[in-house]
Unconditional design. Structure first.
Ligand code: HEC
Length: 283
């Protein structure tokens, strides 16, 4: 079993240890894999091929899987500390296996996220958060490749494995913080501020239907009232954004959504917001 391998590692196996030059191998793996992810993601958002399973839309699917990956990564850190006797308790026999399986599951949990981010949305740079998220997203697989290289080749200097594992963990937390944490914080904190805002009299929901069609909102959003089934952004029937939120979102854009401030007039934005606010969630 590879438990024995883990036990042998911390012993002072000086004659066998690799030289510092070998560190170039995991570093190269990091660079090449990160670059490949970046190149594969170098395209503008694609409108087809998204899936959402039992989530309200692909955005929430990604947030859900990313959160699962982070939870498993926390267990990875904890079980690694246990394996290397950094915890006060005796080391149970199953911990090595639990560590490997939580690692495989964490990797599997990132795949639906990577599929959407790399092959559907692509590397995006509209604002600092999205730039950081895109870069860190590429680094996740680079850091993963480096960590696996260190584990598989064995006999690296003792600091190599904790540094590789710690880097992978930090990058994963960074990706998650700039996406899922942002998304959850964003939708809950925004709601009360907008909740009371009614649709003003100078906004025309009927005219807004035409604006919705013309602006192509339906290529990215689900909205039954407009027979729209786009999968790039949140499902508007489940999000049910209030009037003021739609105005703000259409005016400024956000994430992958472009700003419509230049292509739609203020009146058109009011109209489309009235249309969405009064029809979202209706069959
Ligand atoms: C290129 C795809 C795309 C187009 C076109 C688009 N959106 Fe979006 N929209 C998104 C994405 C992605 C989000 C996710 C929010 C974010 O990342 O900030 C979003 C978010 C929203 C939200 C906020 C939902 C919530 O509850 O958080 C509203 C409202 C919205 N869009 C309305 C519209 C309307 C109305 C139009 C047409 C004028 C439109 N969108 C066009 C992609 C798009």
């Amino acid at each position: 079993m590879s438990n024995t391998r883990v036990e042998a590692a911390p012993a002072p196996a000086v004659p066998q240890q690799r030289t510092g030059r070998w560190l170039a191998v995991p570093l190269l793996a990091f660079a090449l894999v990160s670059l490949t992810a970046g190149l594969l993601a170098d395209h503008s958002p694609r409108t087809k091929g998204y899936f959402r399973l039992f989530f309200s839309d692909p955005v929430h699917l990604k947030a859900g899987f990313a959160t699962a990956a982070v939870a498993l990564a926390c267990f990875q850190l904890f079980s690694a500390a246990w394996i290397f006797k950094k915890l006060p308790w005796a080391r149970p026999r199953w911990i090595g296996r639990a560590h490997r399986w939580s690692g495989r599951l964490a990797f599997a949990a990132t795949l639906p996220v990577a599929y959407h981010c790399i092959f559907k949305l692509g590397f995006q740079t509209p604002d600092a958060r999205v730039i950081a998220h895109s870069l860190l997203g590429c680094f996740v697989y680079g850091a993963f490749a480096a960590k696996v290289t260190v584990v598989r080749l064995h006999r690296f200097p003792r600091f190599a494995l904790p540094v590789a594992g710690g880097t992978l963990f930090a990058v994963l937390i960074g990706v998650w913080y700039t996406s899922a944490v942002w998304l959850y914080g964003h939708s809950t904190s925004a709601a009360p501020a907008y909740a009371a805002a009614p649709v003003p009299a100078n906004a025309d929901a009927v005219a807004g239907f035409a604006v919705f069609q013309k602006a192509g909102c339906g290529s990215c959003h689900v909205l039954a009232a407009a027979h729209a089934s786009g999968q790039v952004g949140p499902n508007l029937d489940s999000a049910r954004p209030p009037y003021a939120k739609v105005v703000a979102q259409v005016t400024s854009g956000g994430g992958v959504m472009p700003s419509f401030a230049k292509t739609l007039s203020a009146k058109q934005i009011r109209d489309v917001a009235a249309f969405v606010a009064t029809n979202a969630g209706k069959p």
